[in-house]
Ligand binder design. Structure first.
Ligand SMILES: [Zn+2]
Length: 158
C-alpha cells in the first residue's frame, strides 16, 4: 500500500487590507519551500499587494506577481549555495539570507508577467516599483528575478 497523495497543501488565500480595501491575490502555497513549509510576514504580503496594484495601474491591465522563492531553511540555503555560490566567494547566495526562517518570512524572489499573454515585466521596472514598497531590493540577477525584503520594518522598535 502506498501513501495517498495529499492535495491542496497550503492552498489558503492570504487576505490583507490596502488603504481600506480587502485584497487577496496570493496563496500560502506560493511561499512554501520544496518541503511545503511556508512562512509569510504580514509586511511581505502588504508590500507584494502594493507592488501588484502599482504594476496593474501602470500596465492598465492585470499583472501577476509570481513568487519564485520565499522562506528557506538552512539546508535549503546550503543547497542553493552549492549551485550558485556564496556571495562572499563571488556567488549569489548570502549567508545571512533574509529568506531564512529566522527572519520571519520577510523576503521573496519574484517576477511579474501580464496575465493576458504572460509577457514578462522588465526586471528593472519591477525593481523600481519594489523599491517604493520594500525596505531592500536587488534587481541585478542574471535570471531576471527581483529579490525584495522588509529587513527594517519587520524589526521591533528600538
Ligand atoms: Zn532572494
Amino acid at each position: 500500500m502506498s501513501e495517498p497523495t495529499y492535495k491542496r497543501r497550503n492552498d489558503v488565500r492570504l487576505l490583507t487590507t490596502l488603504d481600506g480595501e480587502d485584497v487577496a491575490h496570493f496563496r500560502l502555497r506560493e511561499f512554501e519551500n520544496a518541503a511545503g513549509l511556508a512562512m509569510v510576514h504580514p509586511t511581505l504580503l502588504d508590500s507584494l499587494e502594493r507592488v501588484r496594484r502599482d504594476l496593474c495601474t501602470m500596465a492598465g491591465e492585470t499583472v501577476w506577481i509570481i513568487v519564485t522563492s520565499a522562506v528557506r531553511t538552512e539546508d535549503d540555503l546550503r543547497r542553493l549555495a552549492a549551485r550558485y555560490g556564496w556571495t562572499d566567494q563571488g556567488g549569489a547566495v548570502a549567508r545571512n539570507s533574509r529568506h531564512l526562517a529566522k527572519f520571519g518570512g520577510i523576503a521573496a524572489d519574484i517576477v511579474a508577467v501580464l496575465a493576458r499573454n504572460r509577457a514578462r515585466v522588465p526586471q528593472k521596472t519591477l525593481g523600481t516599483v519594489c523599491r517604493r514598497h520594500f525596505d531592500w531590493v536587488n534587481d541585478d540577477y542574471n535570471d531576471g528575478h527581483v529579490h525584495a525584503d522588509n529587513r527594517h520594518r519587520a524589526l521591533p522598535p528600538t
